[in-house]
Write a protein that binds this ligand. Structure first.
Ligand SMILES: Nc1ncnc2c1ncn2[C@@H]1O[C@H](COP(=O)(O)OP(=O)(O)OP(=O)(O)O)[C@@H](O)[C@H]1O
Ligand SMILES: [Mg+2]
Length: 241
């Protein structure tokens, strides 16, 4: 559990500015969705929190800890940020069974074998995959693979969980179930979540706060109710229509 603070974060790729001046405080234990059209900078923002992309300006904090401050060449490595990430493509390792996929982050951080066993089994129960420890990913459904990725993101008990369009490869029915599951797990753990989507139903049903983005700028941030009842401008109104 942790706050996340973007303080005038900017990001350029060479001469091209993709994030302008992004300021946002995410509260401890909150579920925040980044909603916006393709190319608006959602993934870039998420990857900066994970430490997989470097901001070019501004400051980024996880809790009290400054994790990026390019003006002072400060940069905390991804593995020291206590952040879990779930990617759109699942990114489960095809050559590892369910247990080993989920155990991987713990093996990397040299957790003892007996603790790994306990923690993997307990998180597999949470995502309702217990009993499937030995299965290889090619013998799992899309939804089950997605839950392996979710368990892997949660097993190291991250302070912040980042999810990048985690449901877009699933069919409508499974998406609906996973929406409920993710929200339940997030509340059970009290974990701070940043959830990237361009699906407004997802954003509206899951979030405490929705941040609407366009072309690297925050257009509006507010509760689903606020966004729905008081869209700030034409763009927001059109986007959520
Ligand atoms: N490595 C890169 N080099 C140059 N430009 C990049 C790079 N990565 C992303 N961009 C550009 O940055 C902008 C934001 O990309 P980003 O991936 O954050 O968008 P997104 O909101 O996640 O879009 P989508 O919904 O399609 O996933 C896009 O215009 C993209 O072309
Ligand atoms: Mg993206």
């Amino acid at each position: 559990m942790s706050t996340v603070t973007f303080d005038q974060i900017g990001k350029s790729y060479g001469p091209v500015k993709v994030i302008n001046s992004f300021s946002l405080n995410i509260k401890d234990g909150h579920f925040v969705s980044f909603l916006g059209p393709s190319g608006c900078g959602k993934t870039t923002c998420l990857r900066m929190v994970a430490g997989l992309e470097l901001p070019t300006s501004g400051k980024l904090l996880i809790g009290e800890n400054l994790v990026n401050d390019p003006a002072n060449s400060l940069l905390i490595a991804p593995e020291k940020r206590h952040v879990g990430m779930v990617f759109q493509s699942y990114a489960v390792w095809p050559h590892m069974n369910v247990f080993e996929n989920v155990a991987y982050p713990l093996r990397v951080s040299k957790v003892t074998a007996s603790e790994i066993k306990d923690r993997v089994q307990s998180i597999l129960k949470v995502v309702e995959l217990d009993g499937l420890e030995e299965r290889m990913p090619n013998m799992l459904s899309g939804g089950q693979q997605q839950r392996v990725a979710l368990a892997r993101g949660l097993v190291s008990r991250p302070k912040v969980l980042l999810l990048d369009e985690p449901l877009s490869n699933l069919d409508a029915k499974l998406r609906e179930k996973m929406r409920v599951d993710i929200r339940r797990i997030q509340q059970e753990f009290g974990i701070t979540c940043i959830y990237v989507t361009h699906d407004q139903v997802e954003a509206f049903t899951m979030s405490d706060t929705i941040v609407v983005l366009n072309k690297g700028d925050i257009i509006q941030a507010g509760s689903p109710n606020e966004i729905r009842s008081k869209p700030l401008n034409e763009f927001v109104a059109e986007f959520i229509r």
